[in-house]
Design a protein around this ligand. Structure first.
Ligand code: UT7
Length: 323
């Protein structure tokens, strides 16, 4: 039984930190409102000329170093992003070139905040089907470029960043003790388009557009769908909530994270939270949270992790990974 086993991870955040107090200087908002509603204290914002591919490259180099591997070991890059450098080609191909990887395949996956779970599922499926043996899965975003900085209801919520993991095909025994990706579950519901979307694009307006969101509606869907998909992925792999060592959720809002943890009956000490420091970095948020908890020693080899996220589409999903 082939398993996609994590060999290493890495992440990168742009240097510039913007606090809630900084935002309150230029718009009608407050540190108190942002913290109370979301748990966010600060976010990182990419510098002028700093692109999604640059963030992705930095995270990828760290992930490869952590794995003790080289770009030439890879035969697949899957980059999850909703903020590509250009409409085409895939930003993943830029990362491929900058890493010096000349073989294999590189492409982008677009599932917004669920992007990392989608990317992981795609790479895992390709590894299991023999289409790839060693994959870099990246979540990277420069959401600051698609924010309407006059809309205080959305612009305070997001940040920029990137995270990556390296997966390699390894023979498993097919048991729950195997390391690697153990199960994935993906969903979308296109009827919910209007509650979270970008009002531009090459085929519609020929502009990039800005993010539009009905926050309360998204919130409701998030709490319900996250609890359901988590149950689904656990059942697929024959686990129960009590088996989870770490919940590594998409970091959109501390209240959503707490709500999901409570529904699952998981104590807060087993939930990784980075939304306070990173804000919502869309596809980058899960690998950023993962890398944070690996670097500080919380997540250890053999731990059972549950990753989950939801975003525009709506698209959502979960993955169960034995680290
Ligand atoms: O990653 C993709 C998934 N996205 C999400 O999961 C986001 C889910 N939604 C949320 O996190 C929350 O709905 C928000 C944080 C976006 C908003 O929280 P809320 O409790 O739903 O607030 P609201 O939008 O209903 O706004 C409440 C009030 C409004 O004022 P009135 O109409 O009650 O007078 C807003 O105008 O807060 C006002 N408001 C603000 N005040 C200060 C909205 N944005 C701000 C702001 N600063 N930045």
């Amino acid at each position: 039984m082939i398993r996609s086993v994590v060999q290493g991870c890495g992440s990168y955040l742009p240097e510039r930190v913007v606090t809630n107090a900084d935002l309150a200087k230029t718009m009608d908002t407050s540190d108190e409102w942002i913290q109370q509603r979301t748990g966010i204290k600060q976010r990182h914002i990419a510098a002028e000329g700093e692109l999604t591919s640059h963030l992705a490259l930095a995270a990828s180099e760290r992930a490869l170093a952590h794995a003790g591997m080289k770009a030439s070991d890879l035969d697949l890059i899957v980059l999850a992003t909703a903020t590509p450098d250009e409409t085409f080609p895939a930003t993943a191909t830029r990362v491929q070139a900058q890493l010096g990887m000349t073989g294999g395949a590189a492409f982008d996956v677009q599932a917004v905040c669920a992007g990392f779970v989608y990317g992981l599922s795609v790479a895992d499926s390709m590894i299991k089907n023999g289409l790839a043996s060693t994959a870099l899965v990246i979540g990277a975003e420069t959401f600051s470029r698609i924010l309407d900085w006059n809309d205080r209801g959305t612009c305070v919520l997001f940040g920029d960043g990137a995270g990556a993991v390296v997966l390699r095909a390894e023979e498993g025994k097919g048991t729950s003790a195997d390391r690697g990706v153990l199960a994935n579950a993906l969903h979308s519901d296109g009827r919910q388009h209007d509650i979270l979307y970008v009002d531009g694009g090459p085929s519609s307006t020929r502009t990039t557009g800005f993010l539009r969101m009905e926050g309360k509606e998204v919130f409701k869907h998030a709490v319900v769908n996250m609890a359901t998909v988590v149950g689904e992925v656990l059942a697929k792999a024959g686990f129960e909530t009590k088996d989870i060592d770490w919940l590594v959720p998409h970091q959109a809002n501390k209240r959503i994270i707490d709500g999901t943890g409570r529904k699952l009956g998981l104590p807060p000490e087993r939930v990784v939270v980075t939304v306070d420091r990173h804000a919502n970095t869309s596809a980058a948020s899960i690998p950023l949270a993962l890398d944070t908890a690996v670097q500080d020693g919380r997540i250890k080899k053999g731990d059972l992790l549950l990753l989950e996220g939801i975003g525009g589409g709506l698209a959502w999903g979960a993955s169960l990974v034995r680290w």
